[in-house]
Ligand binder design. Structure first.
Ligand code: OGA
Ligand code: NI
Length: 349
């Protein structure tokens, strides 16, 4: 049966509304060369784990160097003793799991494919209607900072949503701004470089993947680089995140107490290529639902992004990118099918 697109409602397309899926629908089957395949990729023991416990003691310079090295070598690392309480992490995870388990009628209120919608629930990608293959993923996204400007657009249910997610957003922001401060120190930039407009925007973006009948044929999220300044992920305890390292996919172990930190492409530009931003993707599994909570900090639209003067001066480097506003970058990003690296090509010198 083939329904005209206007007859397909959010109720039908959101995977979190499905039950008892016995086989993978054809529209989720990737062409051969893009399938993740059956060889199980184990979690890598090489991914750096940064411990922030003694960040205000004499070990700080060492921790800073560890972060810079991890950003250079992997473009992704895990952080423990990050200051966000386990209790708040667990409550936040529970709220989002309950959100995706809510009745279809409730969720349909938030369903939108409009990038400008203030609180948006969608499935696969924003391009659902035109894409040839769908990703096995639902996503809920909204802005979080300043809290008072955005909280009115958030769901009020599951009960406690605004209270808990509000607290989490504040704590997540503190954590990411601390990470940016440490990166600032490690790159020898002037104090406060990433404060203000460069880190003004904050989004929460929650991925939810129901168990998939055939994980070898499909993906939960395409391979991509994060377009923003810096990202953090709370993975819970179900694996699925993979990063590309030296041409091979490696698994990122789900550590329930840790945040995965990914420097975004804007950090690559500001550091003039010194820091990298890992290419990563999400694979599905057939046994358990997986929910990951992403928090993304990004520049405000009109701010100019360019390789930092002090980075260029220090080693008399020539800039690898021309300056651009984040708005310009973002329009290239959406115009290039949300492929951030492709968008960045436009600003390379
Ligand atoms: C993202 C992302 C990974 C995950 O949202 O950009 O890479 O594990 N998420 O959900
Ligand atoms: Ni990502």
């Amino acid at each position: 049966m083939c329904l005209p697109m206007h007859a397909v409602s959010s109720m039908d397309v959101l995977t979190s509304n499905w039950s008892n899926i016995q086989s993978l629908p054809e529209s989720y089957v990737f062409p051969l060369e893009r399938r993740p395949g059956t060889n199980n990729i184990p979690a890598s023991k090489d991914i750096p784990i940064i411990n922030l416990e003694n960040i205000y003691g004499p070990e700080r310079p060492e921790i800073v160097q560890h972060i810079i090295k991890a950003s250079q070598d992997f473009g992704l690392f895990q952080v423990i003793n990050h200051g966000v309480s386990r209790d708040l992490m667990d409550q936040t995870m529970r709220i989002f799991q309950d959100f995706f388990a809510s009745p279809a009628e409730f969720k349909s209120r938030f369903y939108s494919n409009d990038l400008n919608s203030s609180c948006r629930l969608y499935t696969s990608t924003l391009n659902y209607k035109n894409e040839t293959v769908h990703y096995w993923r639902d996503n809920l996204t909204h802005r979080c900072h300043p809290l008072e400007d955005h909280i009115i657009h958030w769901p009020e249910n599951p009960s406690g949503y605004r209270n808990i997610i509000g607290k989490y957003s504040i704590e997540a922001r503190k954590f990411l701004l601390t990470m940016l401060e440490l990166i600032c120190e490690g790159m020898g930039l002037e104090t406060g470089y990433f404060g203000g407009e460069l880190s003004k925007t904050q989004l929460i973006s929650v991925n939810h993947h129901i168990p998939c009948p055939n994980p070898s044929l499909t993906l939960g999220m395409p391979e991509h680089c994060d377009p923003n300044l810096i990202s953090m992920l709370q993975q819970g305890n179900i694996s699925g995140l993979q990063a590309l390292k030296d041409g091979r996919w490696i698994g990122i172990e789900p550590l329930p107490n840790a945040f995965v930190v990914i420097p975004g492409l804007q950090l690559r530009v500001i550091s003039n290529g010194k820091l990298s931003s890992a290419v990563h993707r999400v694979v599905t599994n057939s046994k358990e639902s997986r929910t990951t909570i992403g928090t993304f900090v990004a520049p405000s639209s009109d701010i100019l992004i360019r390789p930092a003067d002090s980075v260029l001066k220090e080693s008399s480097l020539t800039p690898l990118y021309r300056g651009y506003t984040y708005k310009e970058f973002f329009s290239m990003f959406t115009g290039n099918n949300c492929e951030a690296e492709r968008a960045l090509e436009c600003f390379k010198l």
